[in-house]
Ligand binder design. Sequence first.
Ligand code: ADP
Ligand code: ZN
Length: 614
Amino acid sequence: MALPAVDTLASALKDTFGFSAFRPLQREIMEETLAGRDVLALLPTGGGKSLCYQLPAIVRSGLTLVVSPLIALMKDQVDSLLENGVKAAYLNSSLSEDESKEMWRQLFRREIKILYLSPERLLLEGMLDTLEQLKLEFVAVDEAHCISSWGHDFRPEYRALKAVRERFPNVPMLALTASATERVRHDIVEMLALKNPKNFVASFNRPNLAYRIVPRLSPIKQILEVIEGHKEESGIIYCLSRARTEAVALDLTKKGISAEAYHAGLTAEERSRRQERFVKDETQVMVATIAFGMGIDKPDVRFVIHHDLPKNIESYYQETGRAGRDGLPSECVMLYSSSDAAKLRVFIDQLTDSTEREVSSRQLSRLLQFAEGSECRRVSLLGYFGETYCDERGEPTLVCGACDNCLTPRQEVDATEVAQKMISCVLRIQKHSGFSVGLNHIVDVLLGAQVEKIKKWGHDSLSTYGAGKGRTKAEWLYFGRELVTAGLISINHQHFNTVEVTSEGLTALKEKRPIRLRAPLVSSGLTAEKRKEQRQRLGAVDYDEEIFNKLRLWRVGVAKEKGIPAYMVFSDATLQAVAAKKPQRFADLRGISGIGEKKLELYGESIIELLGEQ
Ligand code: ADP
Ligand code: ZN
C-alpha cells in the first residue's frame, strides 16, 4: 500500500482524537507500518502505544486485528474508541448470543475497523479462516513481551501467534511493548517471525514524573501529606505484603481517605470490583501489592507511593511508571527505610544458591545506591537503563530540576571518626581471624552486639568491639555503604560480600585525613516555593481552577450516566486546556487537545453553556 499523503495521519489525529501533535516516534512507527513493514516498537508507559495502531487502522480501508492479553484492557480501549466515534469491537464471553451475532454482522459488513482478540480466542477453531474472509490488513500485538519466557509476564498462549503470521505472511505486523531487554526483543522478533522489522526505541524518560525519596519515619503521616497535595486525585500505594496493604488502607480510611487494598489474596471477582471502583474514581487510593498494575490503563494516576523498598530498580521504574500516563505532572514518592535494606541484606546473605545470592545482592546494591545517592534521580534512573538524560534541547545534562536531589541537594557531614572506626574494625578483624567478614558482622562488632559468631570468632576481644555504640545499626550500615561509594572500602560480591579496605582507605586512616560523607536522607516535604518550581519543570500549565473543578464535576455526571470512567469523557489534560483557554464559542473548542469531531458534537454545547454560566 502506498504511503498516504503526509497529512492524512495528522488530520486523522486531529479529527478523531483532537490531538495536534504526535508523541515521540508515533508518526515514524505509523508510517512504517502503513508502508507495509513489520515493526517492533519500545515505548515507555504513557508513550502512547495504542495510537500507533489505532490511527493507521482508521486510515486503512480494511480490518485491523489487535491482540491484547487482558479483557479489561480490551474493553477499556474499545469503549474509548467508541467515545471517539471509531467503530471497534472485542470478542468476549459476556456477550449474549444476539449481541455476538450483531457484532459478526457488523464485521462482515466491514463496519468495524478494529477488532481486539485475546490470543486464546484467536486460535479457536475457524477464527483464522474468518479473519481471512474479513480481509485482514494489519495486525498489532500489544504487550508483545508476553511472548517471551525471559520477560516478566510470560503468557504461553502468545506463542501461538506465530500461526497468524503463517496464515497471513503478507499482512504487516506491529509488536509493541514498554519493557524489553535485548533477549526479550530477540524472542519477540523470532517468535512472531517478524520480517526484517524496523526497530524503534523511544527514550524512557518520563518528563512529567517527579521522583522523591524520603526516609520512612511515620509512614501514615507522610502518606497523608502526599495525598493532601492531591485532593480528589487518584493514587497508588505499593506495599510488600498483603497484610500491610490491608493495614495501610484501614489507617487511611480512618483518616477519611477513600482507600482500598488490592492483592492476590482476594478473589478474582473482588479484585475486579475494586479495580473498577478505582478506575471510575469511586475509590481515590489503591493500596496494593505488585499484583496491581498490568491491566490498568488509568491515565490520571497523579501519585505513586512506595511504602516499602521495591524489588529492584526495574520494578521501581515500572511501578512509578503507572503515574501520569496522560502527560500531566505527577509524583512518585518512595518511603525509604535503611533498616528494611539491612534486613534484606541479611536475608540475601543467607541465600544458599550462589547465583541467586549474587544477582540479588547486586540488584539490592544498585537499588540502595539509587535510593541513598545524591545524584539527580532521573539521571540515575535512566543511567541504569543505559540512557543519557538530555534536556528539551537534546543536550546531555546532570540535573532534571524536579527531583528531590535537584530541588534540595543533600548536605555533607564530617565523617572522619565514623570512617576511622569502621576501617580499623575491618582491619582488626582480618588481623585477628585471617579472613574477611560482611558489613553486617562488622557493624555488629562496632555496636558490641551479643551474637554467636562474635563470640565464636573472639571478636569481642577486639578494641573496636562496642566502639560505635553512639549510632544505630541502620546509621552504621548507611555509612558503610557510603564508604564503599567513596572508595575507602569495597565489597567483594564474588566472595560472600565480604568487606575489604582499599589502598585509599588505608592511606586515609594512616594520614588521619578528614573525611566528608553525604548525610543520610532527611528532608520530607517540599516547601511551597520548591513545589511550584517542580510543577513548572514538569510542564504544568496555568489554568483557572474554578472552571476546571466545575468541568470535572460536570464530567462526573456524564461518566456516571454513560457508565464509563471519567477519563474517557475527557482527560484532565483536556479539561485543563479548556480551563486555560476559556473558549467562548463552539468553534474555539476545535483547537483544544483531546476534543475530536465526535466529542465536539457530543459535548461541545454543554461545555460552552457551562463556561457561559460564570
Ligand atoms: P501506553 O499504552 O504507551 O502506556 P497509551 O496508549 O495508553 O500509552 O496513551 C497514554 C495516554 O496518552 C492516553 O491517555 C492517550 O490518549 C494519550 N496520548 C497518546 N498519544 C497522544 C498524543 N499524540 N497527544 C496527546 N495525547 C496522547
Ligand atoms: Zn533531578
